[in-house]
Design a protein around this ligand. Structure first.
Ligand SMILES: *Cc1c(COP(=O)(O)O)cnc(C)c1O
Length: 356
């Protein structure tokens, strides 16, 4: 069976040696030495100032909204994973959608301004499939209207914009380190910011607001990453260049073979692709379903990322209709891409696509 993605498992003996360290120290969680080591190495690898490791990517988003004291309406994209919208709703914020650019799949900056009202406090764009948003245009809109920008960068580990990490843009960026992501810690996530005060605030918030054994400085929660997760991160980070190269090889083969046949995502011209996903567009949903069924018959399980478009969610009671997002969601499929996927299987998938 070939799924859309497979969790990367590092060398077992290496992971075991970290587990031995945890057992020797007896320190299982709460800002342990492995977590600190991973934070330092990730800050270097990604080229970011503050990185705060947390329990998962959804929590990372919620902490960002809370720390920035967002209120009222937040403009976001309807074309994303469920968490982008649900974290907003969970925090009592109202998601307002701006439609996407149908070529890049990212929020269309020219659609943002029309959605701004006196209640708008922030913009939450997503670097969809790792493709950098038009960060300069988005920042200009935010500056003009005094709005915060939080990037859901769950897909953008290692994505670059104009030669630097795309995580350096906006007030905050968040990552997900779920097992299925390019870099993972089993479950996990991170908050990234250049703002010293904000970083301090979020560090307090992830541990109940406790600033010392005898003082509680702010409202907080429990969003900590534990040492077993940090150990997995240290092992996966050792292999990150190989992981990237394997994905790039697969991505190249897909692109070379399929670009004449079907529409592919248009990548930001200033961006560097991290090859986290391999999305392809069909002409319509009927064709997609036909090909999906054929792949399934061959034990190949692509995923309809992202479907459904989030402006259709019943729990929101939104009256908005984002035409581009609904259209793309109805005819997009993400093909299998992960380090141990055999290149002859990639070719087999291409052959099955070419039949349609
Ligand atoms: C995976 C993902 C998240 C959520 O991350 P978790 O670590 O699973 O909570 C949020 N946004 C996007 C776009 C994602 O793909």
């Amino acid at each position: 069976m070939i799924p859309v993605t497979k969790a990367y498992l590092p060398n077992k003996a290496k992971y075991q040696s970290y587990v031995d360290r945890i057992f020797e120290s007896g320190w299982l969680t709460n800002n342990g030495s492995l977590l600190q080591e991973l934070e330092g190495r990730l800050a270097d690898y990604l080229g970011v100032k503050h990185i705060i490791l947390v329990a998962n990517g959804s929590f990372a988003l919620q902490l960002a909204y809370k720390a920035l004291a967002l209120k009222g309406e937040v403009i976001t994209t309807p074309f994303s994973f469920a968490a982008t919208t649900s974290t907003l709703a969970w925090e009592g914020l109202t998601p307002i959608f701006a439609d996407i650019n149908p070529q890049t799949f990212n929020i269309d900056p020219s659609q943002i301004e029309a959605q701004i009202t006196p209640s708008t406090s922030a913009i939450v764009p997503v670097h969809v499939f790792g493709n950098p948003c038009n960060v300069e245009e988005i920042q200009a809109i935010a500056d003009k209207h005094d709005l915060k920008v939080i990037y859901d960068a769950a897909h953008a580990f290692g994505s670059q914009f104009k030669g630097q990490s795309v995580l350096n843009f906006g007030d905050v960026s968040t990552l997900s380190f779920h097992s299925t992501k390019l870099f993972h810690t089993i479950e996990g996530g991170a908050v990234i910011t250049n703002d010293n005060e904000l970083a301090k605030k979020i560090r307090l918030m992830i541990n109940f607001g406790i600033s010392s054994p005898t003082s509680i400085d702010s409202v907080g929660t429990n969003a900590k990453m534990n040492e077993f997760e940090a150990a997995m991160g240290l092992c996966v980070l050792d292999d990150i260049d190989t992981i990237r190269q394997c994905r790039e090889d697969i991505w190249q083969i897909y692109t070379e073979n399929l670009s004449g046949l079907m529409e592919l995502q248009q990548w930001n011209e200033h961006g560097r692709n991290n090859c986290a996903y391999a999305p392809v567009l069909f002409e319509n949903e009927e064709q997609l379903l036909k090909v999906e069924a054929r792949l399934k018959e061959n034990d190949i399980l692509p995923r309809r990322y992202f479907y459904p478009s989030l402006d259709t969610l019943s729990y929101l009671d939104s009256k908005q209709i984002c035409k581009n997002s609904r259209d793309i969601a109805s005819r997009i499929l993400c093909l299998p891409i992960y380090p141990n996927l055999e290149l002859n299987d990639v070719q087999r998938i291409i052959n099955l696509l070419e039949l349609y």
